[in-house]
Design a protein around this ligand. Structure first.
Ligand code: DSN
Length: 429
């Protein structure tokens, strides 16, 4: 690359990733093939519209590419339809809201403080200015059980047009059957939506339940977390796809068409076909048997890391994990906030993020917790036996947070350990 300023930063980022251990639960390391597709010449092409119905010429390669990505996504998740164009998770969610709701309609979603996502009704978002969000919570933060009685009461009272199951900081599985039963009580206009951005790879790998098996109508996800693809979004739906000249009636059966129209021209312009190429590669990788082994190992590592952290004195929200992520209350455990813990761990090459815990009394920029997970380190090749080492480094770094010499020594240890595990993009597959 001739632009040395950018090339140097790319090289430095590669070294940072290689020499550290990525514990942010929403990150992963992609394969060489995904990177190559992402850096491909498809970035040059405009292709507004959908395969066979575009607004520009020269689509003889983009049409089969996008169709391939769609078919692979449908196969992976058992969907009737896939829209592979969303630029990321928030645009995917916004498009689904736009497809199904009228301004002022109600969405019932998980409270942000109890694990939900910004795009599920945070007052600072555009969606929250247009629609009415009501939130449900956990009944018991010691176990993580959702308060399904309260959820049902809220649903019957507010008659949501969307009942949304999904999260970005919740370490347990949701009971989709209960969601579906509540939506049926609300009535035919209540759409069941799952935002599985965090757990898409676990569903694809067969270690987490698929909401479609419980009657959900729509699933949104990002493609770059556990699914291990490029940074992007995806909307999967049940129903019939058609290409009407006018907007179809708002029925559950028409959701695939309503969603396609809500993405383009509703909320996005030209799709990023180079990203769609990389999505297609990632979907094929996730369809392979070895991805099941990967997903199983993500869970084994998460449970082993949670156990090892508890042995080191970390108090975990919900007492552990049933998925890939762990939420630890470092304020109760060690009297420091999550920002201080994140900073100390950053200094030794362990990357994770500060995070609010349920009903946190500390402010969002220095909350009580940290959030971490195992998708990336599992891709790297770490197994259960490595988790006590990570937990021990975490505790040592927190204890030595003001001791630069000790932190440097720990950083050296993490670096020499990490270098034993190449990045997947180092290998040509
Ligand atoms: N930023 C994502 C995460 O880390 O979970 C959610 O948008």
């Amino acid at each position: 690359m001739k632009d040395t300023a950018v090339a140097d930063l790319i090289a430095a980022e590669e070294e940072r990733e290689r020499q550290g251990l990525e514990l942010i639960p929403s990150e992963n390391y992609v394969s060489r093939d995904v990177l190559e597709a992402l850096g491909s010449i498809f970035t040059n092409k405009y292709s507004e519209g959908y395969p066979g119905k575009r607004y520009y010429g020269g689509q003889e390669c983009t049409d089969p590419l996008e169709t391939l990505a769609i078919e692979r996504a449908k196969q992976l998740f058992g969907a009737d339809h896939a829209n592979v164009q969303p630029h990321s998770g928030v645009p995917a969610n916004e498009a689904v809201y736009f497809a199904w709701l009228e301004p002022g309609d109600t969405v019932l979603a998980m409270d942000l403080g109890h694990g939900g996502h910004l795009s599920h009704g945070n007052p600072m978002t555009r969606s929250a200015h247009i629609y009415n969000f009501v939130s449900y919570k956990m009944k018991n933060i010691e176990t993580g059980e959702i308060d399904y009685d309260e959820l049902r009461e809220l649903a019957l009272k507010h008659k949501p047009k969307i009942l949304l199951a999904g999260f970005s900081a919740y370490p347990r599985e949701l009971d989709y059957e209960k969601f579906a039963a509540i939506a049926r009580e609300v009535g035919d206009e209540c759409m069941l939506m799952a935002d599985m951005a965090h757990i898409a790879g676990l569903i694809a790998g067969g270690v987490a339940k698929n909401p479609f098996d419980y009657g959900f109508h729509v699933i949104t996800t990002t493609t770059h977390k556990t699914l291990r693809g490029p940074r992007g979004g995806l909307i999967l739906s049940k129903g019939t796809v058609s290409t009407p000249l006018r907007a179809p009636e708002k029925t559950l059966e028409n959701l695939p068409t309503l969603i396609d129209r809500a993405i383009f021209p509703g909320t996005q312009g030209g799709p990023h076909e180079h990203v769609i190429a990389a999505k297609a590669v990632a979907f094929a990788e996730a369809l392979r048997p070895e991805f099941k082994t990967y997903a199983q190992q993500v869970l084994k590592n998460a449970v082993a890391l949670a156990d090892a952290m508890q042995a080191e004195g970390f108090k975990l929200v919900t007492g552990g994990t049933s998925n890939h992520l762990i939420l630890a209350d470092v304020y109760t455990s060690f009297g420091i906030n999550g920002k201080v813990a994140e900073g100390a761990l950053d200094k030794i090459g362990l990357n994770l993020n500060k995070n609010a815990i349920p009903d946190d009394t500390l402010p969002p920029f220095s909350p009580s917790g940290i959030r971490l997970g195992t998708p990336a380190i599992t891709t790297r090749g770490l197994t259960e036996k490595d988790m006590p080492t990570i937990a021990s480094w975490m505790k040592q770094a927190i204890d030595a947070r003001d001791d630069e010499e000790k932190l440097n020594q720990l950083h050296d240890e993490v670096r020499s350990f990490a270098l034993k595990f190449p990045l997947p993009s180092d290998k040509v597959s």
